[in-house]
Design a protein around this ligand. Structure first.
Ligand code: FAD
Length: 385
């Protein structure tokens, strides 16, 4: 096994690091404070190819592998977790879904502009009463054979980039009597009448990533926009989430690294009892444990990326590896950020220092794209059969 990155992998990591540190890190605190959507830096991320890293060049992407995506996403999230959320949704929940389940015509129409960063994508599974259990969804899509179109009605909840997206991968019930087998997937055009984003959520963290409800009121969508077969939506949703969870693991590693590095540097400068706090064993052990957990998270994330790339050739699954990486890396991000606040003492509780933001941002990684409890269920099912 070779743990060295290839020249190509180092190149994309360094390019993302350079861009993130020069253009995103200096504005991250202000974006968070004012909850501003970073349209300009997201546009530049598109120009650099970061919005469709794994998408083949013929469909507007840069045609690299999942490890390349993970390496870039860690660097972007380290500078600002909100940019990480926007990037991961566009890449792994939207572009991946279109690449895997879209027809050639759908890829041409939607994937090309999304992967090149001309358009922004979102993914909408959750509803107010259907979170961990999406089979409880009520949003309906009724087929009208005469017009060869669906009429969609309902309210979706908690959609990352919901108020800013051009296209949204939507899951809606086409046959309620079939339970989760009655769910179908669509690619929604947000410019058509009958669509509006609802309430924008006031959030604890990732405040520059805007999250909203979606309201569909007699929204007409031609059958061309259906992704996969009718009734395949649940299967598609879960398979896309496997890819997404690798992205959230990478986002977690980035947040944890940012919190750890800030705490390490602070510990070397802050003096109490006539010496730097880094000279106290209690602080050293915290830093040692933080570093150890981050490196373990990084390797689990790389392993999940590697397994996904293998699965492209073999058609195999990678749900187990993706859930393990997401579970461990997200709980590490929260743990590391908590310790970072502790090392900063009172200053850790202040908005004047960055670890307060990392602490708030870390929490979401344990919740979205399947909570930690849901990841443990996926892992347990996989190991117990
Ligand atoms: C900032 C943000 C962005 C989001 N972005 C998106 C998005 O882009 N698209 C989208 O579709 N969704 C999105 N979500 C929704 C997110 O995926 C859900 O919040 C998440 O899946 C949990 O669902 P819930 O909030 O309804 O919690 P619930 O399902 O109500 O869970 C509440 C608690 O019960 C636990 N629980 C539930 N079922 C079980 C069980 N069987 N066993 C043990 N414990 C259980 C959960 O782990 C949790 O601790 C986002 C959420 C947030 C907060």
């Amino acid at each position: 096994m070779d743990f060295n990155l290839t020249e190509e992998h180092r190149m994309i990591r360094d390019m993302a690091r350079d861009f993130a540190q020069k253009e995103i890190a200096p504005i991250a605190a202000k974006l968070d404070e004012e909850a501003l959507f970073p349209a300009e830096t997201v546009r530049k991320m598109g120009e650099l190819g970061f919005m469709g890293i794994e998408v083949p060049e013929e469909y507007g992407g840069v045609g690299m592998d999942t490890l390349a995506y993970v390496l870039a996403l860690i660097e972007i999230s380290k500078a600002c977790a909100s940019h990480g959320a926007i990037m991961s949704v566009n890449n792994s929940l939207v572009c991946y879904g279109l690449l895997r389940y879209g027809t050639e015509e759908q890829r041409e129409a939607f994937l090309v502009p999304l992967a090149s960063g001309d358009k922004l994508g979102a993914y909408s599974l959750t509803e107010p009463q259907a979170g961990s259990d999406p089979a409880e969804m009520r949003c309906s899509a009724v087929y009208n054979p005469e017009a060869d179109e669906y009429v969609i009605n309902g309210v979706k909840a908690w959609v990352t980039s919901g108020p800013c997206a051009d296209y949204i991968v939507l899951f809606a019930m086409t046959d309620k009597s079939q339970g989760h087998r009655g769910i179908s997937a669509f690619i929604v055009d947000t410019t058509l009448p009958g669509f509006s984003p609802g309430k924008v959520e006031p959030k604890l963290g990732i405040r520059a990533s805007h999250t909203s409800e979606l309201i569909f009121d007699n929204y007409h969508l031609s059958a061309f926009h259906r992704l996969g077969k009718e009734g395949d939506g649940f299967k598609i949703a879960l398979s896309i989430l496997d890819a997404g969870r690798i992205g959230i693991a990478a986002q977690s590693v980035g947040i944890a690294e940012a919190a750890y590095e800030a705490a390490r540097d602070y510990a070397k400068e802050r003096v109490q009892f006539g010496q730097t706090i880094a000279s106290f064993q209690a602080i050293q052990w915290m830093l040692a444990d933080m570093k150890t957990k981050i490196e373990a998270s990084r390797l689990l994330t790389y392993q999940a990326a590697f397994t996904k790339d293998e699965a492209k050739a073999t058609g195999g699954r990678y749900s187990l590896e993706a859930s393990i990486a997401k579970l461990f890396a997200s709980e590490t991000a929260m743990w590391v950020a908590t310790k970072a606040v502790q090392i900063f003492g009172g200053n850790g509780y202040s908005k004047e220092y960055p670890v307060e933001r990392h602490f708030r941002d870390a929490k979401i990684t344990e919740i979205y794209e399947g909570t930690s409890e849901i990841q443990r269920m996926v892992i347990a099912r996989s190991i117990l059969g």
